[in-house]
Design a protein around this ligand. Sequence first.
Ligand code: 6R9
Length: 655
Amino acid sequence: MSEQDTELETHLNEQEVFEPPQSFVDQANVSDPSIYEAFEENWPACWENAAGMLDWFEGYNQVLDESNPPFYEWFTGGKLNASYNCLDRHLDDRGDDVAIEWIGELGETRRYTYLDLHKEVNEFAAALRGLGVEEDDVVTLYMPMVPELPIAMLACARIGAPHSVVFAGFSADALATRMNSADSEYLVTCDGYYRRGEIIEHKEKTDEGVSGVDQNVTSIVVDRLGDEYDHSVQERDHDYDALIRNHTGAEVDPVARGSEDMLFLMYTSGTTGEPKGVQHSTGGYLSWAAWTSHAVLDIKPEDTYWCSADIGWITGHSYIVYGPLALGTTSVMYEGTPDYPEKDRLWEIVDTYDVNQLYTAPTAIRAFMKWGEQYPNEHDLSSLRLLGTVGEPINPRAWKWYYKHIGDESCPVVDTWWQTETGGMMVTTLPGVRDMKPGSAGPPLPGVDAQVVDESGEEVQSQGAGYLTVQQPWPGMLQTLYNNDERYIEEYWAEYSDDQDKWVYFPEDGAKIDNDDYLTVLGRVDDVVNVSGHRLGTMEIESAVVGVEGVAEAAVVGGHHEVKGEAVYTYVITEDGQTDNEALRERIITAVEDAIGPIARPEQVIFTPELPKTRSGKIMRRLLEDIANGDELGDTSTLRNPEVVNDIKVNASDD
Ligand code: 6R9
């Protein structure tokens, strides 16, 4: 820590509560504190405020239909189209304003006004139809951060074909699993892209994935790399540019979708090895993305707003594409990494484009901190009005660094807790209303009934710890897990809904509450690790590891990591009992990368003669976590084989 930072720490520690700057409050979209009470008194009608952010082709006749819980339905009877709401309705007033400001890693830029975006989305929608895509067909988008990704999403939305975006960093196997699970016959992909100046090949990986898909696949390939890269062409492949040329000037009427018609699927990790197909609606989801963008990110049409997430995750869906575009603002989209070509890349972009809101992740902030404040100091960041974070808990030190060195102590910081399943933000301060407390996400949003409960589901009173729950439905909630209503109930509603009159949503996070009702989210209580804000299922990783020849048994847990938050620790029992085998370690790492992708790469592979097990034969993961973290070990008395713990510790420290 620099001397300056130590000073800052001391100074900031004395006042753990930060008021929003008056200049921010004066112009905030939401600044009336009575909103909390008003929403509570008027629930669920308060959510007309969210639906009212959109244009509906046909008005809804009921805000919330609770007749078949937990399959709640929002704005029933209403009809709308997401692409119309993100594009067409802005054309008269701000057709020439920038919708997407795209910045490529090598420094190229592409600017799409609302008119430009509307034109290309229409052309691509016509092309998709021409290839046979019909309403309700799931189209898989396996693409990096190129403008054609949001274009394809909006084109799908225009014709009522749900999209399923698969993060480009995921492996071929992961693509195949997701396409099979969604019965998806259409795929939009890309030849490759750049990472730190290097070409990342994407098409061969796509082809390998498609070879594992059960359906016949029609695919469209975007040319990101130009002549530099000659991608292979299969019979099923169509060239994106040629399709657009063939449909120049085409117009496609936006399909009127029912409010509860599916807008998209997003696969995420859960307790079992099978990824979960989280299904989102059109009306409820889009209302939620728009309203939270308005109330929390304080987005106004004239702003330049930047969320540095990847569109392959839910944050990019809700807060690069749907929320900001529904509000008619300028959304910045950056292809590359924050340290290329230099560690000031983000600040250079904020400076050049006069970015007003920056929404990023704690893992990025911890990296910026490590690199030092000289990088932001080189740039004029005074355009910033609000800062946000999402993805994992933010430690107070990182929060304060962000507040001071990026926000110059004059921007509110919103620490937003939410999930793929919630569609948008749930717990965070309203920046124009509530004080901020570093490390605590804040109170639930108005109208959101989040509570901390104990094992038996009883509410934990102030200053207690327990499990986070949501006690009332909300418009952005998932509709179900694709084709699996049973698992939807099992995963999210079974834990705390003993009494069938009251359904309680359980996000599988632990939390504590303070005496102002501020929540501090402590992290997952299920078998999910959070690496750099990305959710990975330990069971998925384990199944890749045990598939490697020579591995007898394996257990995967998350251990603390200074920058990534958590990292993957893999404990392995080998078939021959050896505890030192470099070649096997390499094969294990490769297997995990092949099964999931480089983000799941184990930080450590620890060979051990045995794993700590309970008398009933369950692996004690909690102990393995303690070992990974170098913590005092918890209770080992229920172990069948307590002596094993020392062996593992020895092997772990050898690494
Ligand atoms: C949006 C997103 C969801 C999980 C969630 C929790 C963790 C997200 C957080 C946070 C503490 C925050 N999480 N935001 N924990 N404070 N502000 O990240 O969705 O990828 O589905 O992950 O991330 O554990 O349950 P998703």
